[in-house]
Unconditional design. Structure first.
Length: 283
């Protein structure tokens, strides 16, 4: 088991195979424990897969405090994730294929109330520093309900707490990237600090040459993805649960040379509108 402070920060295009991913244990007896599969740590971002068994969950302790000055995208790969803001009482539930966006300075506790393992892809940008916020007091009273909303539901639906956004592809912004052979991005989040989008490539489909202006990752959710980064002399085929890290400005091309569709989660450490390559447009 690795410690986060002992992990090496990435600064060059890198293939991260699932079999090589470091396992980091977060938490203690008071907060509860979470298994983090630590894929990427760079100057601009963190990418992990959180694994939580049925009945699992976490809260906080003096040492382990889920409260960050950062933005997070929490994408449900499988299972169901329940989040609680213990200060406001807001509780949100996200199912497979949905993403929860959390902005800075929000407490959040997480639970798996389902009967299957939860697998959650977490993108954090910039990397969180708990030490910088250790002075901030833990919640004295833990709320499990938005009491104002319950006073007259559903009439108070419009004024209910909504600091944690749950988004799926029905609420995505569609973006075409590339001019010669465009690909479709289903953008679930794009904030000044972090962006997340899903990409589906049909068999035989490839992109134009791309280069994001911020650090980025390509996580293969299903199928096989080919990535070419000529300046780094990399031509790789990556599979489900593998990841490719792209430092800011890395010129690359993605493609699907298999006989079935490929699904990829793109995470970018910055606003997607500011990072889009030339030739992108909303669709």
């Amino acid at each position: 088991m690795a410690r986060r402070d002992a992990l090496k920060a990435l600064d060059s295009p890198t293939v991260i195979r699932r079999r090589d991913v470091q396992l980091v244990l977060w938490g203690d007896d008071e907060s509860g424990y979470v298994n983090d599969l630590f894929y990427v740590l760079s100057r601009e971002m963190v990418l992990t897969t959180i694994c939580m068994p049925p009945g699992g969950g976490f809260t906080s302790s003096d040492r382990y405090r889920p409260f960050y000055d950062t933005h997070e995208c929490l994408y449900v790969l499988s299972g169901q994730y329940t989040l609680q803001n213990p200060v406001s009482g807001e509780v949100r539930v996200a199912d497979q294929g949905q993403m929860v966006l959390m902005r800075e300075l929000q407490w959040h506790y997480g639970y798996n109330f389902s009967d299957v393992e939860l697998r959650l892809l977490e993108t954090i940008a910039p990397p969180a520093s708990q030490k910088a916020l250790m002075h901030h007091p833990r919640p004295r009273e833990v709320l499990g309900a938005d009491r104002a909303a319950l006073a007259d539901w559903p009439r108070h639906r419009a004024t209910a707490k909504a600091e944690m956004d749950v988004i799926d592809e029905r609420g995505a912004v569609n973006v075409l990237v590339g001019a010669r052979t465009p690909i479709l991005l289903r953008v679930l989040a794009s904030t000044p600090r972090v962006s997340l989008a899903s990409i589906e490539l049909a068999a035989g489909r490839s992109s134009d040459w791309l280069a994001w202006r911020n650090d980025a990752t390509l996580y293969v959710e299903g199928g096989r993805l080919n990535v070419r980064a000529p300046e780094a002399e990399l031509w790789e085929e990556i599979f489900a649960d593998d990841c490719f890290f792209l430092p800011a400005g890395t010129r690359h091309q993605i493609g699907n040379l298999s006989g079935e569709r490929c699904r990829v989660i793109l995470s970018v450490a910055g606003n997607l509108a500011a990072s889009l390559p030339v030739g992108a447009s909303s669709a």
